[in-house]
Design a protein around this ligand. Structure first.
Ligand SMILES: *Cc1c(COP(=O)(O)O)cnc(C)c1O
Length: 508
């Protein structure tokens, strides 16, 4: 038998392997850029070239191979010039906790596979519930793989409650299900629509509620939709309030939404996957006022709590509502099983002990320091927004509430439509080089570049530098087009459908 197969053959093997791996990772942590710009064409042959039926000669050879196929060209979220998606640099105590989690391999589903791990997770669930403002004794929840799963579970519980209420009135589930409706703005996360589809709800079950000028859910529109649902004999199963939309970082008006939902007997799910970090903020906690009126809340620790993927939770106000996902299996969690028993509350069975990462972070870094890191990146977003407002080469979206900033490069003489094709091309040119990574999005048909700031080490000077890089790249692209030398992208790219940067404005 291969003596290196199992972790616990010898402690010496473990120490040797871990130190090799940590030295390897440490060598890569000083990455000069967030990306090497490696393409699929660069990497696919390396991955395909590995013979999976024959192991490498030894651990070092396997690690060298991992470096080739992955590590050298990995995307580094902790690099200050990575300002693209909602990915965070990670708290070191949480990374250390990952080592413990992997080696012990606890599964937090039943007590007999977890013991103290179950209690640690439950304690953190209660702690998060307390931060939300729920009654800690009445509330409950469970860690999940991410906001997508947390949102799905929140909506499953909402449906469970809607069906239960209908059953009391004598209506059957099959008759009620097609009438269930979910209300959310078009800026809510796509996992809301996906969840409705997974749940087999009516194809038009998710009703998009228009937004007000602030970008948040328009309350008169919500009232109108709720009344329409009632008049049509449909059932308002849930209202989803987003606390931090993925693109604009907008927080829906939670207290007023909760009030209207209550009038119509609808479950309130707050998707705080992004804004959840405000629970720890010393300066901006008030932005989440009213979240304590939710029935369920999604919090993504792997975004604004600086945790490694994956780490998320669904927290519910009333523990009893979690029984909508309970099933008693004779081999695992019969009614006579030792409780607490987290599998009764989860969509998953075998489940990682992700909670230990947050635990270690709170015990070493501390909750206030985590909240301050989120506050700092929000400060930075306001600062760079002011820089953009004063720079007439750029258009800028509304002042951010959280840490995303939307801008488009549109120097003098470039029309709005031309800017729609220029900005995605800037983004792709930056991706090809890898030294700066920004995101892109489309709002109301207009193409924008997006900074998502989650790294406290990204200074205002870094951001000014990134803006200059964007401008210089934009100018190069414009010049190339004027000279008729606009090289087409190497691979067909759906973002570049509207590549034609034509028109007198650009030619000047
Ligand atoms: C990121 C995000 C999600 C999805 O969370 P995952 O952890 O990526 O599954 C849901 N809602 C919002 C608002 C998000 O920003």
């Amino acid at each position: 038998m291969n003596p290196h197969l199992l972790t616990h053959d010898t402690a010496a093997d473990y120490l040797d392997g871990m130190s090799r791996v940590s030295r390897l990772v440490a060598r890569h942590l000083d990455a000069r850029a967030p990306s090497t710009g490696a393409t699929v064409a660069d990497l696919a042959p390396l991955v395909e070239g590995v013979d999976l039926d024959r192991p490498a000669s030894d651990l070092d050879a396997a690690l060298a191979e991992v470096t080739d196929v992955y590590l050298r060209d990995a995307i580094w979220f902790h690099h200050p010039s990575y300002v693209a998606h909602l990915n965070c640099p990670v708290a070191l105590p949480a990374v250390l906790a990952e080592a413990i989690i992997a080696a012990v391999n606890t599964s937090v589903d039943t007590w007999d596979q977890s013991a103290g791990g179950t209690l640690v997770e439950q304690r953190l669930v209660r702690w998060t519930a307390g931060r939300i403002g729920f009654d800690e004794e009445a509330a409950d929840g469970v860690f999940t793989s991410g906001g997508t799963q947390s949102n799905l579970q929140g909506l499953l519980l909402a449906r469970g409650e809607a069906l239960r209420a209908s059953a009391v009135r004598g209506d059957s589930a099959s008759e009620v299900q097609p009438r269930l409706r979910v209300l959310a703005t078009e800026h809510s996360h796509f996992s809301v629509i996906k969840s409705a589809r997974i749940m087999g709800l009516h194809p038009s079950a998710v009703i998009p509620v228009p937004t007000a000028a602030t970008g948040g859910m328009a309350l008169d529109a919500l009232r109108h939709e709720l009344e329409g649902i009632r008049e049509r004999g449909e059932i308002a199963m849930a209202v989803v309030a987003t606390a931090g939309t993925t693109d604009l970082g907008v927080i829906d008006p939670i207290p007023a939404i909760a009030g209207l939902a209550a009038e119509h007997g609808a479950w309130v799910h707050v998707d705080a996957a992004y804004g959840g970090g405000l629970l720890l903020s010393l300066r901006r906690r008030h932005l989440l006022d009213g979240i304590e009126r939710a029935d369920s809340v999604t919090v993504d620790f792997h975004k604004t709590f600086f945790q490694p993927v994956s780490s998320s939770a669904l927290i519910v106000r009333d523990a009893a509502t979690l029984t909508h996902v309970t099933h008693h299996a004779d081999y695992l969690n019969p009614r006579t099983a030792v409780t607490p028993n987290q599998v009764d509350k989860s969509l998953q069975t075998t489940r990682r002990f992700d909670a230990l990462k947050l635990w270690m972070t709170l015990r070493v870094t501390g909750a206030d320091a985590v909240g301050e890191m989120f506050d700092e990146v929000i400060d930075r977003a306001h600062q760079v927004w002011e820089v953009l407002v004063a720079d007439d080469r750029f258009e800028v979206a509304a002042e951010p509430m959280l840490s995303t900033v939307l801008m488009r490069y549109r120097p003098d003489g470039v029309g709005a439509q031309d800017a729609d094709s220029l900005n995605p091309r800037i983004r792709h040119a930056l991706l090809d080089r890898g030294d700066v990574m920004v995101a892109g999005t489309v709002i109301d048909g207009r193409a924008w570049l997006k900074f998502t700031l989650l790294n406290p080490q990204t200074s205002l000077e870094h951001l000014r530098g990134i803006l200059e890089t964007i401008a210089a790249t934009g100018d190069q692209l414009l010049a190339a087009l004027r000279d008729g030398a606009g090289a087409p992208p190497q691979e067909p790219d759906p973002m570049d459908e509207v590549l034609l940067l034509v028109g007198a404005e650009v030619a000047r």
